[in-house]
Design a protein around this ligand. Structure first.
Ligand code: PEP
Length: 244
């Protein structure tokens, strides 16, 4: 199967009130409209800003995603946002099982799987995050941990159109540290062997303008999930350029 365009996705996390989020979205939309970016671009704002960011992105071609969702469509789930609500706001994607949800909110593989089914029910593409901790890597368990998370977090019925995997070593997120290129290649190749043909496999964890080109050139890397650098338009755009 021919290599799809890379996907460069920004995870804005719990940052920015609407005015700043709209300004960032406007800056990205202007660049996207200014010339064909050569890759697919997605931004995932905090839930409170999704509507305003969607309006600011307009017809720029930059896609919109959520950072998490509940499994259910509706009901007595105070504080939760359903996949259908994200879809209603114009989202095409949703991040599920980010390490900050797994480790900060106790989300298990079972919960991730339920959420993925909810995302698919609503017609969203699920970006499923997996990755080992520092001690698991030091103990030589990275491949085993990631393989187990992959097997347990993705329900039957996956297709390349509705599943994206993000390999995000927990110890690389927000730390400035990254695995070696060989380590990223090893994990991505193992993931590739277990997902439907054509499924995008993103790398995430301290990707920046300085390391993006090398990481994105690894054959099984289909793009990046970007945290900190996605909040700076110049840095995010440099990664978009590197993904051409
Ligand atoms: C993330 O949180 O998904 C992430 C990759 O963060 P950062 O780029 O800041 O490491």
């Amino acid at each position: 199967m021919p290599q799809k365009r890379h996907l460069v996705a920004g995870n804005w996390k719990m940052n920015m009130l609407r005015a700043d989020a709209v300004a960032l979205a406007g800056a990205l939309a202007a660049r996207a409209k200014g010339g064909s970016p050569g890759c697919d671009i997605l931004v995932c704002p905090p839930a409170t800003a999704i509507g305003a960011v969607g309006a600011a992105l307009g017809d720029s071609g930059v896609a919109l995603g959520g950072q998490d969702c509940a499994p259910a469509e509706k009901g007595a789930f105070t504080g939760d946002v359903s996949p259908e609500m994200l879809k209603d706001l114009g989202c095409s994607h949703v991040i599920i099982g980010h390490s900050e949800r797994r480790h900060g909110h106790g989300e298990t593989d079972d919960k991730v799987r339920e959420k993925v089914l909810g995302a698919w029910r609503a017609g969203l593409t699920a970006i499923v995050c997996i990755g080992e901790t520092r001690s698991q890597r030091e103990d030589g368990m990275a491949l085993a941990v990631v393989s187990a998370q992959l097997a347990e977090s993705v329900p039957p019925g996956a297709t390349a159109a509705r599943l994206v995997i993000a390999y995000e070593p927990v110890w690389a997120i927000g730390t400035g540290l990254t695995p070696t290129l060989a380590d990223i290649a090893e994990i991505h190749a193992a993931i590739r062997a277990s997902v439907p043909a054509g499924t995008r496999i993103l790398y995430g964890g301290s990707m920046n303008p300085g390391n993006a080109a090398d990481i994105l050139a690894i054959p099984d890397v289909g793009g990046g999930l970007i945290g900190g650098a996605s909040l700076k338009p110049d840095d995010f755009w440099a990664i978009v350029e590197a993904a051409r």
